[in-house]
Write a protein that binds this ligand. Structure first.
Ligand code: PLP
Length: 364
């Protein structure tokens, strides 16, 4: 008997496509919001030492509760956080998945505000959580009224907010987050993957956690820490939320090597985070440069910039790839997202973009 594998697949997964930032080998890769700098040598050495001393103990399972790592993360976050209120996993994506496994699932729903991080609906789908996409305003801002209206209409179990938002760079003020929490009785997840890049007046949702136990803030070492390859993300939440995800996490989910690398990196966090100021400056310069080219630019508090006003953004994307520059087509008609790279990469991007836009203007 011949049975197609597709017909065996869960019906709700059949029409879905996997997360996929194109992995194309070009000289200038500005498409996945990584830090363009390798780890500083002294930090790399500390991480290597920490890994080396772990290797002989690999016959044993790792610390299931990652206590030392959570202690370092709590110290980094500040605001009197304790390890009880921190939980880590293989990237903040895994944390988000665990949250949906525990608080979403079949018969439950989540709301997000598009355009936002494409993994939120993918994780909802994978966990059988019904997903509702609500649009942001035309300038990509998100008001309390829009959030509370969506909550009233959908009666979700989980609300996803993202601040600074990927791919727009837009931030939410704390009052908007409070309004969301108070609009219903479910869980509000604030994805703060880019918090470290935010401008000076940004206030993290972490400051609200004491007062609002239904609020969860997720962070990552993939972005500002420049450790995307290590796969370490975490959440800061009420201890009851941390307890809840224990029910769904895999035993020993975080390898001893990951824990050792992350602990060593966190002990050198000052050195790791020194480039954040430079990236923020280059981000602001990039916004200016793109505006001067007559493009629309979304104000950014992240390490990327969303720029628009192109008649055919996908054509611009393809022309840039041909010229050795990879940016991200996030599927917003007329807009593309570019990650802040090194000075040289940013200059190369701007030069090639000018050529491409000039060609477009001159083609019939
Ligand atoms: C990059 C990113 C993450 C990070 O995911 P990791 O799994 O921690 O690498 C999370 N949320 C958003 C919005 C992102 O852009």
């Amino acid at each position: 008997m011949t049975t197609s594998i597709t017909s065996l697949l869960r019906p709700d997964l059949r029409s879905r496509s996997p997360y996929g930032a194109p992995q194309i080998e070009v000289p200038v890769r500005l498409n996945t919001n990584e830090i363009p700098h390798p780890l500083p040598t002294d930090v790399a050495e500390a991480v290597a030492e920490s890994l080396a001393s772990t290797v002989t103990d690999l016959n044993r399972y790792p610390d299931r509760d990652a206590v030392e790592l959570r202690r370092e993360l709590a110290a980094y976050i500040g605001h009197r956080m304790t390890p009880r209120r921190v939980w880590a996993a293989n990237g903040s994506n895994e944390v988000l998945q665990q949250l949906l496994q525990a608080f979403g699932g079949p018969g439950r729903s989540a709301v997000g505000f598009a355009p936002s991080y494409s993994m939120h609906p993918i994780l909802a789908g994978a966990t059988g959580t019904q997903w509702h996409d609500e649009p942001r305003a035309a300038d990509f801002t998100l008001s309390s009224a829009r959030i509370t209206d969506a909550i009233r209409r959908w009666q979700p179990d989980v609300v996803f907010l993202c601040s600074p938002n990927n791919p727009t760079g837009t931030v939410l003020d704390v009052q908007t987050i409070v309004d969301a929490v108070e609009a219903f009785s479910g869980l509000v997840i604030v994805d703060e993957a880019y918090a470290e890049f935010a401008r000076d007046d940004f206030v993290s949702a972490v400051t609200l956690l004491d007062e609002y136990p239904r609020l969860v803030v997720t962070r990552t070492m993939s972005k500002a820490f420049g450790m995307a390859g290590a796969r370490l993300g975490y959440m800061i939440a009420d201890p009851a939320v941390v307890d809840a995800v224990q029910l769904v996490r895999l035993p020993y989910h975080l390898s001893a090597l990951t824990q050792a690398a992350a602990v060593a990196a966190l002990r050198h966090r000052e050195a790791l985070l020194t480039h954040v100021d430079g990236i923020r400056r280059r981000r602001d310069d990039l916004v200016t440069e793109l505006s001067q080219r007559g493009l629309k630019v979304a104000p950014s508090d992240a390490n990327f910039v969303l720029f628009g006003g192109m008649s055919d953004a996908s054509a611009v994307w393809r022309s840039l790839v041909k010229r050795g520059v990879l940016v991200r087509d996030v599927g917003i008609p007329g807009w593309l997202r570019v990650t802040v790279g090194t000075d040289a990469e940013t200059t190369e991007f701007l030069t090639e973009l000018s050529h491409v836009l000039e060609e477009e203007k001159n083609s019939p």
